[in-house]
Design a protein around this ligand. Structure first.
Ligand code: BGC
Length: 779
C-alpha cells in the first residue's frame, strides 16, 4: 500500500494531521469538501457543539468554548478539512460575552448600546446603521463571527417580556430599522441572525405555545418586517423561533423556511434554530433549518440514524451542510483575522450616548418645562431608578458592560446640584430592597431573569414641602425591567400604588411652591400613562438607554440635544383597549424549561398553550385608528423643543413609483430633527377590508437650524400598497383612489394627496394556513 505523507498544520491553535489530497475549505470547491465528509462529520456540522452546563460534546466543548468565553454557541470544527468552529454570540443591544476570564487579568467588557425599541424610536436608518457598525466592530474585535441579532418580532401586546429587544407594532418600521442594523453590523465582515422567525410575540410558554395566525396577518404584519430585512440587507443567517405556528414548530416548517423564505423571498443564507428550539431534528433538516443550536448529542444521533434508516436523504443533509460552509467561509475566523480584543470602547460610548438621545420621546412638555431653563440648578431627584438607572433588559438581550451611568451621575456631570438627603435616603432604601430581592440560587436560569424592582419610597408632606422650597425642579424616574422567559404582568403595566402616591404627593408639593415636575420613564415597554399624565409638567420617555443612559438623559434635559424620537407603538389608555388583550396571557407564566418534553399537548388548553391572533391585521394603530378608539399617545407621536411646519406637499408617479415630497421648516427657536410619516388609505370600496391607514414610508430630516427648510422625499412602489388575499393566495392591489397622508403622527396628518391606482395582483404559494378557523376581527 502506498504510504501517505502526513503533513501537520496549525488551525485555531490546534495541531492537525491531514493527508495531501484531502480537500480543504477555501482551497477546494465546497462540493469536494462535502464529498470528502463522513456522515458523522456532516451530522456534527449541522448540530452545534453544545452549551456549557446544558448539553455538549465534551471532546470539542473545551476547545470551542474557550474561543470566546460566554458566547452563546459555536459550530463544530472539522480540522482535517480546514473547517474551523465559528462563534455565534448575542445580542441586539451589543455583544454578550463573559467580561472576565479565568487566570487572565484583562477584561472583555462590551458596550451596552440602547435597546431595540429605543433604536426604532429614532426612526433614523442612518443612525441605526452607525450603531450596528459599532456593535459589529466589537463582534469582530472580540473574535466572534455572527451576532445573534437583530430581533424584530412585532409588538403585538405591551406585556411581551422581550418587546424591549424588538422594534415596533408596525412591520415597515421594524423591517427598515432591522435592515439598517444588519447593514451596519455586516459592514465589518461579520454576520447577523435576524430573529425570531416568526410569530414569537410572547414569552409565556414560548417553547410550546401555538401562534395561530391567519395567512393574511402573517404576510402583512408578522412576516413583513423579515421580508424587508431579508430583501434589503441580506442577513447571513435567520434564526427560527421557539413557538409553533399554526400547529407546526417554525423550526420544522418547510413552508416557512423554504417555500416562503427561500423560494418566494430569494433568501440565500443559512437558517439556525433558536437555542434548543423544536423537537424533531429530521423535520428541521427537511424544512431547511440548516443548523441546530446549541446542539445536543441526541440530535446528532437522530440525524445519523435518520440517514441510515432512510428518513433523511443525504442530499438534504448535504444541502444544509453547504449552506453552513458558505456561511463559515465568509467569517473572520475562517479568514484568519487577528482580532485585537481591544475595540475602541471610548469611541463606542460616545456612539451610544448620542444615539440614545435621538430615540428619546418627549411625550409632554407644558409651559416649556424642558429643557431646564438657566435658573434650574438644584434638582430634587426622586424614584429608585434615578439612582440605579436601567441600561437594558435581561436574558440574552443583556450586555456585560463595564459601567452604567445613572441619572444622578449624568446630571452631576452636566453641572446640576442633586439634593444629598434624598440621595442618601434612596441609596439606603435601594440597598435594603435589593437585599430582599436576591436571585433564587436554586433556579439555574435565575441570573437570566429580571429581579423585582425596589418598591418606591413615599414621603411625608413636610419632607416634600422642604424639598420643594430648596429645589428648582423635581425629577421623578419611573422604571421597569423585563426580559427573556417571562412576560410582564398587568401590575407591571399599571403603576403601583406607591408610584401613584409618590407622583401625586410630589406634584402637589412642588406645584404649590411654583416648581415644575418632570417625569423620566426608564422602561423597556409600554406602561399605563392615561391616569396620571395630566399631573406632571413634562414627561420624557427615555427607554432603557444603554450604559451611558444617565448622560444621554442629561443631554436632553439640559437642552444640549433636542429630543427627536417618536413612538414606534401606541400607548393605549388601558391594557384592555389593546386588540390582542383577550388573547394574551396576563399571568406571566414561565416558559417551559423541559427541553425534552416541550410541545406536549395538554388536554385542556390554556391561554399560554396557544394564542389565537383574532385581532388579525388590526395590530396597534391599525386597530385604534380603524375602530376609532381613544389612545393615551398615538403611534408615531413625539414632541421636540422646536416646532415644524409642513408645506408644499407633492405627489409624482413614474413607472409605478410614487414620490411624495414635502417641505419641512423649523419654525421654533432651537435646532431639531423631524420625522415625516407617510400613510396610505385604500379606496373605500376596496374588495378586502383595510385598516383605516397604514404606514408605508418614513424619513427623518437632518438637524434643522431655526428657520431652516428641507425638502423631504419619500418613495414607494405600487406593489407596496397591495393587501394579501387569502382567497387568491396573492398580493392584490385594488383599483381606485388612494389617499397619501403625510403625518407627524398617525393622528396628526398634515397633508392629504390623492391618486388613482389600477388593479394588479401577484400570485404567491397557498401556504401557512390555519389548521382550524379562528375568530377574526372585522370592521
Ligand atoms: C434566545 C435567543 C438567543 C439564544 C442564544 C435564546 O434563549 O431566545 O434570542 O439568541 O438564546 O443565547
Amino acid at each position: 500500500m502506498k504510504k501517505h505523507i502526513i503533513s501537520t498544520i496549525l488551525i485555531s491553535g490546534t495541531l492537525v494531521a491531514c493527508s495531501p489530497g484531502t480537500p480543504r475549505l477555501g482551497k477546494s470547491s465546497i462540493d469536494d469538501v462535502i464529498a470528502a465528509m463522513t456522515l458523522e462529520e456532516k451530522a456534527h456540522l449541522v448540530v452545534g457543539t453544545g452549551m456549557e452546563g446544558f448539553s455538549g460534546d465534551s471532546a470539542v466543548v473545551g476547545e470551542t468554548k474557550s474561543l470566546v468565553p460566554g458566547a452563546a454557541g459555536t459550530t463544530y470544527p472539522i480540522h482535517r478539512l480546514g473547517i474551523p468552529a465559528v462563534v455565534l454570540a448575542d445580542g441586539p443591544a451589543g455583544l454578550r460575552i463573559n467580561p472576565k476570564r479565568e487566570g487572565d487579568s484583562a477584561t472583555y467588557y462590551c458596550t451596552h448600546f440602547p435597546i431595540g425599541t429605543l433604536l426604532a424610536s429614532t426612526w433614523n436608518q442612518e443612525l441605526v446603521q452607525q450603531v450596528g457598525s459599532a456593535i459589529g466592530n466589537e463582534v469582530l474585535e472580540y473574535g466572534a463571527d455572527v451576532l445573534l441579532a437583530p430581533a424584530l418580532n412585532i409588538h403585538r401586546n405591551p406585556l411581551c417580556g422581550r418587546n424591549f429587544e424588538y422594534y415596533s407594532e408596525d412591520p415597515v418600521v421594524a423591517g427598515k430599522i432591522a435592515a439598517s442594523y444588519v447593514k451596519g453590523v455586516q459592514s465589518n465582515g461579520v454576520g447577523t441572525s435576524i430573529k425570531h422567525f416568526a410569530g414569537n410575540n410572547q414569552e409565556s410558554n414560548r417553547m410550546a405555545t401555538d401562534a395561530r395566525i391567519s395567512p393574511r396577518a402573517l404576510r402583512e404584519i408578522y412576516l413583513k418586517g423579515f421580508e424587508i430585512a431579508v430583501k434589503e440587507a441580506e442577513p447571513w443567517t435567520v434564526m427560527s423561533s421557539y413557538n409553533y405556528l399554526n400547529g407546526i414548530y417554525t423550526s420544522e416548517n418547510l413552508e416557512l423556511l423554504t417555500t416562503l423564505l427561500r423560494n418566494e423571498w430569494g433568501y440565500k443564507g443559512m437558517v439556525m434554530t433558536d437555542w434548543f428550539g423544536g423537537k424533531n431534528p429530521i423535520a428541521q433538516m427537511l424544512a431547511g433549518n440548516d443548523l441546530l443550536e446549541p446542539g445536543t448529542p441526541k440530535q446528532l444521533e437522530m440525524i445519523i440514524n435518520g440517514v441510515k434508516q432512510g428518513k433523511l436523504s443525504e442530499s438534504v443533509l448535504n444541502r444544509n451542510v453547504r449552506r453552513i460552509l458558505e456561511m463559515i467561509i465568509k467569517t473572520p475566523r475562517f479568514k484568519g483575522y487577528q482580532y485585537s480584543n481591544k475595540p475602541d470602547l471610548k469611541a463606542h460610548a460616545a456612539v451610544t450616548r448620542q444615539s440614545a438621545t435621538e430615540g428619546m420621546v418627549l411625550l409632554k412638555n407644558d409651559n416649556k418645562a424642558l429643557p431646564f431653563s438657566a435658573d434650574v440648578k438644584n434638582v430634587a431627584l426622586f424614584g429608585c431608578t434615578s439612582y440605579d438607572f436601567i441600561a437594558g433588559g435581561t436574558g440574552s438581550g443583556n450586555v456585560n458592560r463595564a459601567y452604567t451611568v445613572s441619572l444622578l451621575e449624568g446630571l452631576k456631570s452636566a453641572g446640576y446640584i442633586i439634593d444629598n438627603t434624598l440621595k442618601v435616603a434612596y441609596e439606603k432604601h435601594i440597598a435594603y430592597e435589593n437585599k430582599r430581592n436576591t436571585p433564587d440560587k436554586s433556579n439555574k436560569y435565575a441570573t437570566f431573569m429580571p429581579l423585582p424592582r425596589p418598591t418606591e419610597m413615599t414621603f411625608s408632606q413636610q419632607t416634600l414641602k422642604e424639598q420643594a422650597a430648596k429645589s428648582d425642579v423635581a425629577l421623578i424616574t419611573l422604571g421597569r425591567t423585563s426580559g427573556e422567559f417571562l412576560d410582564r404582568k398587568l401590575n407591571d403595566f399599571n403603576l403601583s400604588k406607591e408610584e401613584q402616591q409618590m407622583l401625586k404627593d410630589i406634584c402637589q408639593a412642588f406645584h404649590a411652591a411654583g416648581k415644575k415636575v418632570v417625569i423620566v420613564l426608564n422602561i423597556g415597554g409600554v406602561i399605563e400613562t392615561a391616569s396620571w399624565k395630566e399631573t406632571p409638567d413634562a414627561i420624557l420617555l427615555a427607554w432603557q438607554a444603554g450604559q451611558e443612559g444617565g448622560n444621554s438623559v442629561a443631554d436632553v434635559l439640559s437642552g444640549k440635544t433636542s429630543p427627536s424620537g417618536k413612538l414606534p407603538m401606541t400607548f393605549p389608555i388601558k391594557f384592555e383597549d389593546v386588540a390582542s388583550s383577550a388573547n394574551f396571557p396576563t399571568e406571566g407564566k414561565m416558559s417551559s424549561m423541559d427541553f425534552t418534553n416541550h410541545g406536549k399537548k395538554k388536554s385542556e388548553e390554556k391561554l399560554w398553550d396557544y394564542s389565537d391572533y383574532e385581532e388579525n391585521i388590526y395590530v396597534g394603530y391599525r386597530y385604534f385608528d380603524s375602530f376609532n378608539k381613544g389612545v393615551s399617545y398615538p403611534f408615531g407621536y413625539g414632541l421636540s423643543y422646536t416646532t415644524f411646519q409642513y408645506t408644499n406637499p407633492t405627489l409624482k408617479t413614474e413607472n409605478n413609483v410614487y414620490t411624495v415630497t414635502v417641505n419641512v421648516k423649523n419654525t421654533g427657536q432651537v435646532a431639531g430633527k423631524e420625522i415625516v410619516e407617510l400613510y396610505v388609505s385604500a379606496p373605500v370600496n376596496a374588495k378586502l377590508p383595510k385598516p383605516e391607514k397604514e404606514l408605508k414610508a418614513f424619513a427623518k430630516t437632518k438637524e434643522l437650524k431655526p428657520g431652516e427648510t428641507v425638502v423631504v422625499s419619500l418613495k414607494l412602489n405600487a406593489t407596496d400598497l397591495a393587501s394579501y388575499s387569502e382567497k387568491e393566495s396573492a398580493w392584490v392591489v385594488d383599483e381606485g383612489s388612494y389617499k397619501f397622508l403625510i403625518g407627524a403622527s398617525s393622528r396628526d396628518i398634515k397633508a392629504t394627496l390623492k391618486t388613482n391606482l389600477s388593479a394588479s395582483s401577484q400570485k404567491m404559494h397557498n401556504i401557512l394556513n390555519l389548521q382550524k378557523p379562528i375568530n377574526i376581527l372585522e370592521k
